[in-house]
Design a protein around this ligand. Structure first.
Ligand code: PMP
Length: 345
């Protein structure tokens, strides 16, 4: 594939939102305690679809166009209700493709409504069944693809264009924005595209750069990184990262160090980021920031550390930024001087 196309050109007037994907800002966080280190954050929520997943969504669609698998007016099928769905829906709308998203029924109404409003066709399926069951969302997406003439299954967990978007987009941007001095990059894993792509770039450009994995408590990934038998899969409230399996796009051998972060620590970190630095970021950003701060404070010499902030915080206003929800989950003490419950719909 033409790799030049994976990096968004900076030097021409954008002809549409697609040209605004990538080239996100990077800012130093100066108001949080990063020990001896300088900590920088890459604001992926500023992509037009609101998250880091716009990058692989575009790269995967354009790879299907180049290979001829996707023709004008063709159909894309994916199994997700997350940011990948939003990125695909945005690009499908702009490029005139039909998009079918298979979504487990536990996903929030807001997300489903947003996807439908962007023109995606939503197929709801059961959340309570696992791989091998015909209603399992991945298996159902594959079935719909095989029964729909001219359809392609996007399959972000194994699609090679997913990590390529980060290897030739996100990572070189970080490298240049940091004046080519980066000691560590902190990533999470959903599909593994971000971490794998960034790690592959730094293996070539700066092999001493550490690749730090931030993983929600309950996910199996840090156990696998550390060569332990994975513990029982737990559940977590942070969205978009953590897995109960190792996706084929996640090259865990590229991880230098892994941190397990609880929901409480993630949400508190995201709230602090907003209060102290003015950055409204999502729940996985809280996980990555918490791991980044732990890493920074453990260092004995000054290092230049970058954490991604994979999405913006608007989708989480009624959850982790809402004191009543936080108290209901037991993450903050209940306040008796006014309750926002009436505002919750
Ligand atoms: N954070 C959020 C909020 C996400 O939606 C995702 C994608 N699921 C990630 C992080 C992880 O990205 P990746 O799929 O590249 O591992």
């Amino acid at each position: 594939m033409s790799l030049a196309r994976l990096a968004t050109p900076k030097d021409r007037t954008p002809k549409g939102l697609i040209d605004l994907i990538g080239n996100t800002p990077l800012v130093q966080l100066t108001r949080l305690d990063a020990g001896p280190c300088r900590l920088f954050a890459k604001l992926e929520g500023q992509n037009p679809g609101g998250s880091i997943k716009d990058r692989p969504a575009l790269a995967m669609i354009e790879a299907f166009e180049r290979s001829g698998e996707l023709r004008p007016g063709g159909t894309l099928v994916e199994a997700t209700a997350g940011n990948t769905g939003l990125g695909l829906a945005l690009i499908a709308a702009l490029k005139g493709y039909r998009l079918v998203l298979v979504i487990p029924d536990k996903m929030s109404r807001e997300k489903v409504l947003h996807l439908k409003a962007m023109g995606a066709e939503v197929v709801m399926t059961r959340s309570d069944v696992g791989k091998g069951h015909p209603a399992y969302y991945q298996d159902l997406a594959q079935k719909i693809t095989s029964e729909t003439p001219g359809a392609v299954f996007v399959n972000q967990f194994a699609n090679p264009a997913n990590p390529l978007a980060h290897e030739y987009g996100t990572a070189p941007e970080i490298w240049e924005q940091m004046d080519r001095r980066v000691d560590a990059v902190v990533c999470g894993i959903g599909s593994g595209g971000t971490l794998t792509g960034i790690a592959r770039f730094f293996q070539r450009a700066s092999p001493s750069t550490e690749i730090i994995l931030a993983d929600p408590k309950g996910s199996v990934l840090v156990d696998v990184v550390e060569g332990r038998e994975p513990g029982p899969v737990g559940s977590w409230l942070v969205e978009g990262i953590g897995e109960d399996f190792v996706p084929s796009n996640a090259e865990l051998k590229l991880v230098t160090r892994g941190y397990t972060v609880t929901d409480a620590e993630s949400f508190h970190a995201a709230r602090e980021l907003l209060r102290r630095e003015g950055i409204l970021a999502g729940s996985s950003s809280g996980t990555l920031l918490a791991a980044a701060l732990r890493y920074c404070r453990e260092q004995t010499r000054p290092k230049r550390v970058v954490t991604l902030l994979p999405d913006g915080g608007n989708k989480y206003l009624s959850k982790m930024f809402n004191d009543t929800w936080m108290a209901d989950q037991g993450f903050v003490p209940r306040r008796h001087d006014g309750d926002l419950r009436d505002l919750i719909v």
